[in-house]
Design a binder for this molecule. Structure first.
Ligand SMILES: [Zn+2]
Length: 589
């Protein structure tokens, strides 16, 4: 099993041109097996299983795997008497993900339950309605609750890990109980689980008390975030810096991934990884500052405690790194400025914003004039930034800076950089398939022995992570959802509906508009794969790593109950970006 800490925090560090990338690792049987699970001929119809809000683009994709229907029918299946069905013509779409037909339903805005039929197939029934996305937030948040550690979660697991944990370096016990299990296992990575807290704070900020129609209110979000924070605060060392994980595995392995006897000092106690990674410091500072703001009225003493923790970490950290890490520090500075009212943090936020700008490739390079505006892994590296978890982080950061500091001298540059990234890179790349997904990344040539699709000049690209380049790869869910968040923020900032449509296509792929016709959130939609979740099984609202690619960059997904973690494991960042994107979609004016 891989080391999820380095997975999430170090993804952009290697870069597309890393030396030695041609040495493919030896593959295990399970890995080879899932690489063969490409999309079956049926369902050929792909439409997202939740449905659509009344405004915006609505499309259906039919893969040409056999027959070639010229038209599709569309009917209201919820009304009585039933209105007459509509028949429409498809448009042919030749693409790098295979030839397809595309049908458009954008003009249908009447709320109701509908179904599409084409080529003898019926789609999953879906809604048109204002709340089709919003109402899934409760399930996505309940997933976080189900992952609580250090307590019993009724119908999920009995009380657990009251004996967390002992230090890896000197064996001393430190009370680090609490927090949330990450993913389909029992480990507590800071780099991943702090994202739960950030998502809860973002949801609270976007929708407030009304986030849940059942009325659980802001208190439910504050309580959940505070539960996670009991653990996060315990992870702060005396020097102000924060440890990386509890139970991550002593040698990057699964040795700590087990239930324990809840008694301190016995042989099954798990370990604290006392390493202090840079991006973990930034995430911690960001989250604690958000907590300080959120709790200021409800619990001033607790708010002050969170703020002190944030400032101590900020002061102790070196606050440098590549484009990804600098983005987190920009957001941390912004939130510290908001929480303290101190002007100095704004200057830091602007400085980090300038570093992000300097890492953007504004010119056409590599002998092509097709794409520009993509980010590099750092301002002094030629390598494109590609991160399967935080793919859109730099552009999200620029958008949030522009929201926070509209009067800053750099605000115009941030806006220009966002538009150049979306118009000059993301939209042309997303147009290369009928599903509208943002490919994983661009590359210079062929860095490893597998298919890199020709793009233009010396540039190639892949829809999915390379599987031969490093020693791990996973599905694209977080990458796509992060671009959903970026698109929604950009649509709001610039009033451009094309950015909203881009955003929705990313979410729609995750919720069923993909070549497998599979919804990747447990408890929503149909044809959900069985998740890699080996301690508690199904968790409603959990979102899987999702569709990856094989050496030929064909979409693959374990729909054969193979327990494949690369495509079907739940991971915290997927729920975090989903909650942030969907709540931003419905954000109060
Ligand atoms: Zn636990």
């Amino acid at each position: 099993m891989i080391d999820r800490r380095s997975f999430i925090t170090g993804l952009s560090a290697g870069g597309a041109f890393a030396a030695g990338a041609r040495d493919a690792p030896r593959k295990r049987f399970a890995e080879e097996r899932v690489e063969r699970i490409t999309a079956p001929p049926k369902p050929a119809l792909a439409i997202n299983h939740l449905g659509f809000t009344p405004p915006g683009r609505k499309s259906v994709v039919f893969r040409l795997t056999g027959g070639m229907p010229a038209e599709f029918t569309f009917r209201d299946i919820g009304s009585s008497p039933k209105p007459p069905e509509l028949t429409r013509r498809f448009t042919r779409f030749t693409s790098d993900l295979g030839d397809c037909l595309v049908g458009d339903l954008s003009d249908i805005v009447r709320p109701g339950m509908y179904q599409v039929e084409a080529g003898g197939e019926r789609s999953v029934p879906f809604f048109i309605g204002e709340d089709v996305w919003r109402r899934t937030l409760v399930k996505a948040v309940s997933y976080i609750h189900a992952q609580r550690c250090g307590t019993a979660v009724p119908n999920v697991h009995p009380v657990c890990h009251l004996d967390d944990a002992r230090r890896r370096d000197n064996g001393g016990h430190v009370d680090t109980t609490g927090g949330w299990h990450d993913a389909g296992d029992l480990r507590k990575w800071m780099s991943a689980t702090v994202l739960n807290g950030i998502a809860l704070m973002g949801l609270l900020r976007n929708l407030g008390d009304d986030w849940d129609a059942a009325g659980s209110g802001a208190k439910a979000l504050l309580d959940e975030a505070r539960w996670g924070n009991t653990y996060f605060l315990k992870m702060q060392d005396g020097d102000g810096l924060v440890w990386d994980d509890v139970a991550g595995g002593v040698n990057g392995d699964n040795s700590d991934n087990h239930w324990t006897d809840n008694r301190t000092g016995t042989g099954d106690d798990r370990y604290i990884n006392t390493n202090k990674s840079g991006s973990v410091q930034a995430l911690f500072t960001l989250f604690e500052a958000m907590m300080a703001t959120a709790f200021r009225a409800a619990d001033p003493a607790y708010s002050e405690r969170c703020l002190r923790a944030a400032v101590r970490c900020w002061d102790a950290a070196t606050r440098s790194g590549g484009t990804g890490e600098v983005s987190w520090w920009a957001l941390a500075a912004m939130e510290l400025g908001r929480a303290t009212g101190a002007a100095g943090y704004r200057d830091h936020a602007l400085k980090f914003g300038s570093l992000i700008l300097s890492a953007q490739n504004t010119a056409f390079t590599f002998g092509q004039k097709f794409v520009r505006g993509w980010f590099r892994v750092s301002s002094n590296s030629p390598d494109p930034y590609a991160d399967v978890v935080h793919g859109a982080l730099p552009v999200i950061t620029l958008l949030l800076l522009a929201q926070a500091y509209p009067d800053a001298a750099q605000a115009g540059q941030w806006g220009d950089a966002v538009k150049l990234h979306l118009d000059g890179y993301v939209l042309p790349m997303a147009a290369r398939s009928p599903y509208g997904i943002v490919p994983f990344g661009i590359f210079h040539g062929t860095p490893s022995a597998e298919l890199y699709r020709p793009l233009a000049g010396e540039l190639t690209y892949r829809f999915f992570m390379p599987v031969q380049r490093g020693d791990w790869w996973i599905g694209s869910t977080s990458h796509l959802e992060s671009y959903a968040l970026a698109g929604i923020l950009a649509a709001s900032e610039f009033g451009n509906s094309a950015y909203r449509d881009l955003a929705m296509r990313q979410l729609e792929w995750v919720m069923g508009a993909n070549p497998f016709g599979a919804c990747l959130m447990t408890g929503e939609g149909m044809r959900n794969p069985y998740p890699h979740s080996r301690f508690v099984g199904l968790i409603p609202g959990g979102i899987m790593n999702g569709i990856a690619g094989n050496a030929n960059d064909e979409p693959i997904l374990d729909i054969e109950n193979g327990f494949d973690w690369r495509t079907t494991e739940y991971w915290t960042p997927h729920n975090a970006y989903y909650i942030l994107a969907v709540s931003a979609l419905h954000r109060r004016a």
